[in-house]
Design a protein around this ligand. Sequence first.
Ligand code: FCB
Length: 502
Amino acid sequence: MRLSRREFVESAVAAGIAAALPAGLFSACSVSSNARANPALQPKVQFDASSRIEFPKNFFWGTSTAAYQIEGAWRADGKGESIWDRFAHTSGKIKNGDSADVACDCYHRWREDIALMRAMNLNSYRFSVSWPRVQPSGSGPANSKGVDYYSRLVDALLEARIRPFVTLYHWDLPQVLEDAGGWPNRDTASRFADYVELMARSLGDRVSDWMLFNEPLAFTYQGYLDGTHAPGRNSVLDFLRASHTVNLAQGAGFRALKALQSSARVGSAFSMSACEPATTSEQDKRAAERAHAITNLWFLEPALKGRYPEALAFLPEAAMGIKSDDVDKMRAPLDFIGINLYYRTIASAPRATERLAHLQEWLLPVKMAPGGQGPKTDNRWEVWPQALYDMVTRISRDFNRPQLEITESGCAYNDGPGADGVIHDARRIEYHRQYLQALAHAIADGADVRGYHAWSLLDNFEWAEGFSQRFGLAYVDFKTQQRTIKDSGRWYAKVAAENRLV
Ligand code: FCB
């Protein structure tokens, strides 16, 4: 699930009020009417489908999932409650009243899932560990049955020659920690580091590739500011404080892992979106840079450069709880940068008069909207492969050619079985083909990309959207739990086997 950027400003106003900050700390803004439309909003690079597109040797072909979205078994074998269990069990929070109590039942069916991956010739599986499954109360002793589940999964993946690519936090905080203040509570960073240590001790002898966080901007923003995700709070102050705790946790978690396993490859998976100016005006170009900073760098620059990007006009240090030596604590020289990318963002500036008139526009003077030219997926996201090329090449350039992994990209198309029982999801094949062409182009232009992980292996529980959006390469019948590889899964299997686009 991604930021609903269109609503960012509106909800920030409401949240600002809820947090008793000056009313309208953020507010809506509009584009200058005489600026020219930006010609660059058309795709710049034509990706040639006819040429033979190969990927680097030893490229990782994978899929991504997240514990809460697939595992089910929400209180089996001593698992603790997570903020997502609590949120989904609260009426009105999830579309159609769905919850992931059972989801894809992967806690019991993981052998079948590995068989699916083998049938797709994959050599990498990105999955997440549910913190409350392995440490039910967010601190103290491990739940050995929970740890055993991941241990068995890792062993079976290695046996199948599939790299276990492990995300430590994909949004399911133990509810006990939320009750103690959640991510806005600075102490949660230490709890996270202890949990990371626990996992490194349990799996570090077999897992060498880790992600500390999945999409920190998404879970801090939607969880604490607009309230559409767990734990459902509405406060700009909580969002700012949660941001800072997560940045501290990223540093502390990185050090905890490296202390136990110095050879580990440690990164995070960031939600990214190429931010383009709406018009050719200088103001919109600057707005696009601010949009880039908040969207793509808010959790990356603290790790790699020990500072916050200049997204906000000023950094509310006291409100965020920033202390003088936090610069060093936030630092985490990540071994790779994980990029989750689905679409682009169009940015524009508020008018000068509006900025003068509204204090709130000093803090984040930018308006963000989705692109409107490309075809739309079934959940109305724009298909825009150029965004992947732009983002990968920009991060490569700005961070001195780091190792990159595409940790997620994919599309919601709700095609089900036809009369022949087969799922003919041609639009999903086209999506991945085009995004992979764009990626190959970025690699040819010098980016060091190690792998691509399609979101997702299976249709699953899409957060507040419940089961209404299908992203899988394999179809799941949620009544019988039967899995069927879609046409896209068969196509992806060929791509992976031949290490080139087919
Ligand atoms: C990403 C999330 C992932 C999934 C996809 C569709 O933002 O990381 O869990 O929901 O969106």
